[in-house]
Design a protein. Structure first.
Length: 257
């Protein structure tokens, strides 16, 4: 499925994004690794939906914006983007850091959302269940941790060490650190407002996730009203990559309701 590259300016920030497909709109918010490695599931989704995949500020082709300091700023920027593009009945998918962003948006204003799928989202902290410190380990080590399948992890580690990939990966890591360095990948205030998520929500997790442990799925399930939890066997932090068929089936079934 062909995606076109677009840019738009909102709140003084230039947001680059790729858009493809046709149908009702679907917004994909990427994780801490950005979209340097394009997730093929977006091509699947574009067969049914108008898929928008923006680079969050500082990631990919979206420049760092001085007035974006934390995830609340990202949430308001995304709300401005949604309003400017006049997106309604919006399906939202957020992975990892992008899942955190989706939740920060939803607790503020989810009136344009139809439903939301969160794939191994960051954003909260569970005592006694530490996340991997992605800012203190090498990119190739992180890649190995992110996959349950050792062969996929090794392939990702080799890509992480490739010169053509490293420059963008460094910039994406800097952008991620601006948002999630302290405290690590969560907002201490988010948890208290998750009751404001008032749209159907799916929480999707890999059973072998070593970046954000699966116990976080239960924690989100207790706090997001009516959330449905689906665990994917033999998958790590990228269940939508490792088990694309199963993830696509679950997303299609959820979004079809």
């Amino acid at each position: 499925m062909a995606f076109s590259a677009q840019e738009t300016v909102v709140g003084g920030a230039t947001v680059a994004m790729r858009r493809g497909g046709a149908g009702e709109p679907l917004l994909f918010l990427h994780g801490a690794e950005g979209l340097a490695e394009w997730p093929a599931i977006l091509d699947r989704l574009a067969e049914r939906y108008d898929v928008l995949a923006p680079d969050l500020p500082g990631f990919g082709r979206s420049p760092i914006t001085p007035n974006i300091d934390d995830m609340s700023d990202v949430a308001y920027l995304c709300l401005d983007l949604i309003e400017k593009l006049d997106l309604k009945g919006l399906r939202v998918i957020g992975h990892s850091l992008g899942g955190w962003a989706a939740l920060e948006i939803a607790i503020r204003d989810c009136s344009r959302f139809r439903s939301m799928a969160l794939i191994a989202p960051a954003g909260i902290h569970v005592k006694g269940a530490p996340k991997a410190d992605i800012y203190l380990i090498d990119p190739d080590q992180q890649a190995r941790l992110a996959y349950a399948d050792e062969a996929m992890g090794e392939a990702a580690a080799r890509r992480a060490l490739a010169g053509a990939y490293q420059e963008q990966a460094i910039l994406d890591r800097i952008a991620s650190a601006r948002l999630g360095w302290n405290p690590r990948l969560y907002n201490p205030r988010l948890e208290r407002w998750l009751h404001r998520v008032r749209v159907p929500s799916l929480i999707l997790w890999g059973e072998q996730d070593r970046i954000i442990p699966p116990v976080y799925a239960e924690a989100f399930g207790r706090r997001v009203p009516g959330a449905r939890i689906e665990m994917i066997a033999n998958a790590g932090h990228y269940p939508h990559v490792e088990k694309i068929d199963e993830a696509a089936r679950l997303l299609d079934g959820f979004f079809a309701v």
